[in-house]
Design a protein. Structure first.
Length: 315
């Protein structure tokens, strides 16, 4: 177990144990991130929120190296809207009234929360997969601790796919209420080329297509595919059956936001009589599990339905 105050010093030691002898997936801790390589080539970085903003994974690539996440705001060259959409993330817009969705330093919202690394628990490579496990503390606008979560990210290297499993275990030191708002929760900001006004198309498990028919609906999975660098590629997000409120609601937008949100029922149904908030009592622990599949081809040629069936059978 590595605590945050000793993390930088320990980072220099860990790569020795995670040398290329580990095989196909190499994990390298650094001062502000944990880097992932597959077959000796950069795949992604897990940014550890050193500035107290939010942790996120960026970029995501296909097996051939095509980047399927938007570069901005980490880099320039694509659309500049919604600068709080960083790669792949888990955050929510209302936790006990605090906003953990838009936590950008430039944000002046007095309700803005803050997330900081607590400790890195695991950084391990392997012949077929690599795992990163880290704990984070979330603080309210008054600086008081709201909650602690442990995020476990496992990246699998297959010949034609890149699969990322993301598990977050939320622990409540006090009573927590995830409020009913569309601004959340587990999401990816996709490359601009995948937006629906370019080449992209989103399809859910029921066969419904486009934002008009997918946004705010419940489904166990959604695939979002299109053309990037002249090739048809896609990203699927899968909601595990063990998750609270499965199948989840989808906050998936035509401009490239791709997110699940089990809490925003009032917004999604346009029914003000509904309340999608969820309360976690002090001492309780709630776990959410998601699988992200980065693939070639469209939803059918990639057999997303079949891949989901295999994922749903995992316990």
């Amino acid at each position: 177990m590595i605590r945050s105050d000793s993390w930088i010093a320990a980072a220099a030691l860990i790569p020795v144990a995670l040398s290329p002898l580990c095989g196909q997936v190499n994990i390298t801790p650094k001062a502000d991130r944990i880097s992932v390589e597959i077959d000796g080539k950069p795949y992604s970085d897990f940014f550890l929120a050193p500035d107290g903003n939010k942790p996120y994974l960026y970029p995501l690539r296909t097996a051939s190296g095509i980047v399927v996440t938007r570069h901005y705001p980490m880099e320039e060259g694509e659309t500049r809207d919604h600068p709080w959409h960083h790669g792949m993330f888990f955050e929510h817009g209302s936790v006990n009234g605090a906003d953990f969705w838009n936590t950008e330093p430039a944000t002046t919202d007095p309700k803005k929360g803050r997330i900081a690394l607590k400790e890195v628990l695991e950084a391990k490579g392997g012949a077929k997969s690599g795992t990163i496990k880290a704990a984070f503390d979330s603080f309210g606008p008054d600086g008081k601790l709201f909650m602690t979560d442990t995020r476990t990210i496992t990246i699998y290297a297959e010949s034609r796919l890149r699969i990322v499993d993301y598990e977050i275990a939320i622990e409540a030191p006090q009573k927590l209420t995830f409020g009913d708002t569309k601004e959340g929760t587990f999401g990816i900001r996709l490359a601009t080329a995948l937006s629906e006004d370019r080449t992209g198309k989103m399809v859910n498990a029921e066969g419904l297509e486009t934002e008009k028919n997918v946004w705010g609906k419940r489904s166990p999975w959604v695939d979002y595919y299109g053309q990037v660098d002249g090739q048809t590629v896609g990203v699927a997000i899968m909601d595990h059956p063990s998750n609270p409120r499965h199948p989840t609601y989808w906050h998936s937008r035509a401009y490239g936001l791709f997110a699940v949100n089990p809490f925003g029922v009032r917004d999604f149904t346009a029914d003000k009589s509904k309340d999608g908030s969820m309360t976690i009592e002090p001492g309780q622990r709630v776990i959410f599990r998601y699988r992200v599949v980065i693939h070639f081809g469209d939803v059918r040629s990639a057999d997303i339905a079949g891949l989901y069936s295999k994922y749903a059978a995992e316990r």
